[in-house]
Design a protein. Structure first.
Lengths: 409, 175
């Protein structure tokens, strides 16, 4: 351990020794290079300049209504400036109410005293929020998503389909306010409480939003993992602005499963770029479309998981729906490994749903042996050397203090 | 309505000038830190901005121009380091046979070997390492600039540090 610390310190000293030019040095070099480049640029033919054009290209959005789009963009910018100057509406909620009423409330109050992390106003350039009509296909799909989520996870929000993240654009076909909060804050659905019934279930909104030009693009994968901070920040601003959403943060003891390493020998990584999937892993056309697993991919066919170069935290996130509780990565491992995990379907018990505003009933620990194979707990231990232990952990819960149906576009 | 593309030289040059002054500092500082020579750093910066002036960039590069220029600065500078590598190895061999080195010479030799090791890392890893530990960007900012996820950058940084620490161990073991 001492040797590690010693070499780590040496490495930090090396980085600290790195040469850095003075401001004067940078400035004089900049002046010199600019005078060289300027004469070079002036000698270039006019045709050479056609390419430098992207940054002033206006967005063409929603048909031909450029002027309307520009007006909305200006309004959005003004709103975001106001939010930035005066603080978003939910910032006041962090300092309120039951702080001090209980030990947990006290924690909430302490968090409330922290400054909000929103230093730069992040807002979509243009965003449209529409209620999805009950007759539409998006409504049917959202209903199916909500029902399956309720069955497996125990709460209705956070179903995964009907979202697209393309460069410069976020589209959500139909999601409840609860689901939007889950996406925006990257929370498990059990960690978002409160709110009226319409906000939690049965009323879906379609979001079409343009991301400001120049924003680094983020992927659907990152968005799904709650690792797309800019996109999530913009969605948070939209919720505060259009739905007048006010949230309160609280710390609560939550029953979870801790995932730890019991036998590190079983965690191995293949050096290959891709790994072939076993025959019949995926049915028919899907098998043809996905014959291999790329690095970082983790897919499941029922209760059979295959992953290549994935982290324990990726696995924990994916096991959540089968475990019935949040699975917290307590392995302390940040390296990557391959996963081939299968467990008996009947070792998993769907959660019995509670009414939306009530705490959810917990499913039984998935450790009981089954007749047709290992339980999830045993399979993790035997096949990957990982241990799944039931425990309680203080986690931050978001409580919806108040919310309104969205304003007109 | 504004025109969709700039077809005149003057406004394009103006736009180029803005980009140049906005990003020159990062490009030059990065190149200077890696090459450790002012003239090499200036050459790197000039080459990068000249190629920017002459070539057509795709929309991904334009959306993250800072990241694009930074990556170009790291890659070009590491290229220079690699081309110096043979010379450095010869120098190191002569140092081994010469009189015992002073501590500052030892540090200099260690730095050269660490920079050579950074030049041998994968492009993304060396880019992340320099942004994080030399320019002092957070992991999240590094990830944004490189267009990658925070977890993948964290993993890259961890692995790169392990490799460099092992090199330090080996060098100290040789003493």
């Amino acid at each position: 351990m001492d040797v590690r610390r010693h070499t780590g310190r040496k490495l930090d000293q090396f980085f600290a020794r790195a040469l850095k030019p003075s401001s004067e040095q940078v400035q004089s070099s900049e002046d010199r290079v600019w005078s060289n480049l300027r004469s070079e640029a002036e000698d270039l033919p006019d045709s050479a300049f056609v390419s430098i054009s992207v940054s002033i290209r206006p967005y063409r959005v929603f048909g031909k209504a450029q002027w309307a789009a520009a007006g909305i963009a200006l309004a959005a910018a003004l709103v975001s400036v106001l939010v930035w100057r005066h603080g978003p509406p939910f910032s006041t909620a962090f300092t309120t109410s039951n702080a001090g009423n209980s030990p947990m409330g006290k924690l909430s109050g302490q968090r409330g005293a922290e400054p909000l992390q929103l230093t730069v106003p992040e807002a979509f350039e243009v965003a449209s929020v529409k209620l999805v009509p009950q007759s539409s296909q998006a409504f049917q799909l959202a209903t199916v998503g909500e029902t399956s989520q309720l069955t497996w996870i125990g709460c209705p929000g956070g179903f995964q389909f009907g979202r697209r993240v393309t460069p410069g654009r976020l589209a959500i076909d139909g999601a409840t306010l609860l689901t939007l909060v889950i996406f925006a804050y990257g929370r498990d659905c059990t960690l978002v409480e409160g709110g009226p019934a319409w906000a939690r279930s049965g009323e879906y909104y379609e979001i079409q939003a343009l991301v400001p030009q120049g924003t680094p693009s983020e992927t659907l994968e990152a968005f799904s993992k709650g690792e797309a901070p800019r996109l999530q920040g913009m969605l948070q601003t939209l919720l505060a602005d259009r739905f007048r959403l006010v949230l309160r943060r609280e710390m609560k003891e939550v029953p979870v499963y801790a995932l730890t390493v019991a036998n590190p020998e079983k965690l191995k990584l293949s050096p290959e770029e891709t790994l072939p999937l076993p025959a019949n892993f995926l049915p028919g056309l899907m098998a043809q479309l996905t014959p291999n697993l790329r690095r970082g991919a983790l897919i499941s066919a029922g209760t059979h998981f295959m992953g290549h170069a994935v982290s324990v935290s990726d696995l924990a996130r994916n096991l959540r729906q089968f475990a019935g509780r949040i699975v917290v990565d307590k392995s302390g491992r940040s390296d990557l490994f391959d996963v081939d995990l299968s467990f008996a379907p009947n070792s998993v018990t769907p959660t019995t749903a509670a009414p939306p505003d009530q705490p959810q009933a917990l499913p039984p620990v998935p450790g009981a042996p089954s007749q047709s194979g290992a339980s999830l707990k045993d399979a993790l231990f035997e096949q990957l050397g990982l241990k799944l232990e039931a425990t309680k952990m203080p986690l931050e819960v978001l409580v919806i203090e108040s919310v309104e149906r969205p304003s007109e576009n | 309505m504004p025109t969709a593309t700039v077809r005149n030289k003057a406004p394009a040059l103006q736009e180029f000038e803005r980009i140049f002054h906005e990003h020159y500092g990062l490009v030059y500082r990065t190149a200077y830190t890696i090459t450790r020579k002012a003239e090499d750093a200036e050459d790197v910066a000039q080459t990068i901005f000249l190629s920017l002036l002459r070539r057509q960039l795709d929309s991904d590069a334009m959306n993250n121009l800072k990241g694009y220029l930074y990556k170009a600065a790291v890659n070009t500078s590491l290229g220079i380091l690699r081309s110096r590598r043979r010379h450095v190895l010869l120098q190191e061999r002569s140092e081994l046979t010469a009189t015992p080195a002073t501590s500052s010479e030892e540090l200099e030799a260690m730095d050269r070997r660490l920079w050579a090791a950074i030049a041998e890392l994968q492009e993304n890893a060396s880019q992340a390492l320099i942004l994080r530990y030399i320019h002092g960007y957070s992991v999240m900012e590094t990830a944004r600039l490189l267009g990658r996820s925070r977890s993948s950058v964290a993993v890259m940084l961890f692995r790169s540090r392990v490799r460099l620490r092992k090199l330090i161990d080996d060098v100290e073991g040789e003493k």
